[in-house]
Design a binder for this molecule. Structure first.
Ligand SMILES: NC(=O)c1ccc[n+]([C@@H]2O[C@H](COP(=O)([O-])OP(=O)(O)OC[C@H]3O[C@@H](n4cnc5c(N)ncnc54)[C@H](O)[C@@H]3O)[C@@H](O)[C@H]2O)c1
Length: 352
């Protein structure tokens, strides 16, 4: 019976991962360690909270003493590190917390894992540290080409610089100590439970409330969209089959411009929910500082080595996602009350 320490498991991808894993396997234990920042929400985990194989612990990945206690008490086999400050715009406003959590927090997790897994001849069998990273560490693409695992790191935002730094520490622990690690670098995720500071839930929420839809710059920045469940399946495969020390890019040729995403959401809401919602709500606003133009992942390695491919086409995934938000209005109302209001006003007041 394997025991997973999932950090940041109350956030968007982490909670989807925990639900996915507990539905798929009955013979695993999951410890979810999450600080519950503005982005963490235990409501996401309602359907698994009573599962006897699941335990939630509120805490910080920077807290060595707590991590030590968790490793002693639960004999951790796998660490899956989702915990992070994850929003580029917030990193532009306040980079420091990004270094604390994303870099120092990851280093702390590496140290405690190493302490408990290392033997005099190497590392105990069957252990792995998986760092969940991002394609943003590769920087920005022109009109052609894709990111492969050997594309040089060239992060531009404080967020992507902090993720790249963490990746390099994880790589260093493999290169130096031969610690069993993998790094996954995925493209932009979307799906249930995503905090509405990110493009897709922000636009869905504003459409449903008939509020202006703030689009950065000319709206032609391109992201490579990945349905969150496909991402969770990929992480599961990398944990079980990924070659130690390797990086795997996760994405599936689902490139769309931001304005295409916004228009797709408007069209769905217009036809199915509220006929008065139309493209007049779109408001082009001042571009994000240093805004990367295009991300696009080459998923050849994970496809050839592990047999992973995305199963969800963007056209289907976006409809499932909009329907999820329609069916979970209470969730959205709850997360958009309080701190979110202040954040939204700070980011968009005077721009819309
Ligand atoms: N969302 C995406 O599209 C995307 C794309 C590529 C990579 N990623 C990476 O995937 C991971 C998860 O992203 P997400 O979108 O779910 O993020 P999120 O912001 O929704 O969730 C992050 C979670 O981490 C927790 N957390 C923050 N600081 C912590 C700390 N110091 N200790 C413990 N917990 C802490 C938060 O409470 C929250 O639950 C991140 O590492 C992110 O960099 C995300």
């Amino acid at each position: 019976m394997k025991t997973y320490l999932v950090t940041g498991g109350a956030g968007f991808i982490g909670s989807n991962f925990i639900i996915y894993m507990l539905k798929k396997y009955s013979d695993i234990n999951i410890i979810n360690l999450d600080k519950l920042t503005y982005a963490g929400n235990l409501e996401n985990l309602k359907e698994v909270e009573d599962n006897k194989n699941y335990k939630f612990i509120q805490g910080d990945i920077c807290d060595s003493k707590l991590l030590d206690e968790i490793f002693v008490k639960y004999d951790i086999d796998y660490v899956v590190n989702f915990a992070a400050e994850s929003h580029v715009d917030r990193s532009i406003e306040d980079p420091e917390i990004f270094v604390k959590t994303n870099v120092l927090g990851t280093l702390n997790l590496l140290n405690i894992s190493k302490k408990h897994w290392e033997t005099k001849d190497g590392f105990k069998e069957g252990k792995k540290f998986l760092q969940v990273s991002t394609d943003e560490v590769y920087g920005s693409l022109g009109k052609t080409g894709y990111f492969t695992e050997t594309t040089p790191l060239d992060p531009h935002s404080p967020y992507s610089a902090s993720k790249a730094s963490a990746d390099l520490m994880v790589k260093a622990y493999f290169d130096t100590y031969k610690m069993p690690v993998n790094i996954t670098r995925c493209s932009n995720n979307y799906g249930p439970y995503q905090f509405p500071e990110k493009l897709i839930p922000l636009m869905i929420n504003n459409c449903l409330n008939k509020k202006p839809l703030p689009v950065y710059g000319d709206g032609l920045n391109i992201r490579d969209w990945l349905y969150v469940k496909d991402h969770c399946r990929a992480i599961d495969m990398v944990i079980s089959k990924g070659r130690i020390g390797e990086v795997y890019n996760i994405g599936g040729h689902n490139e769309r411009t931001n304005i295409h995403i916004v228009k797709t959401i408007i069209e769905f809401v217009n036809k199915n929910v509220e006929a008065s919602v139309n493209e007049e709500l779109i408001k082009f606003v001042e571009d994000r500082k240093g805004h990367d133009r295009r991300y696009g992942i080459d998923p050849k390695k994970i496809k050839e080595e592990l047999g992973w491919e995305p199963e969800t086409k963007f056209e289907d995934g976006i409809v499932m996602t909009i329907k999820w938000y329609l069916n979970n209005k209470q969730w959205m109302d709850k997360v958009t009350s309080g701190e979110y209001k202040n954040y939204y006003e700070k980011m968009y007041e005077g721009r819309c």
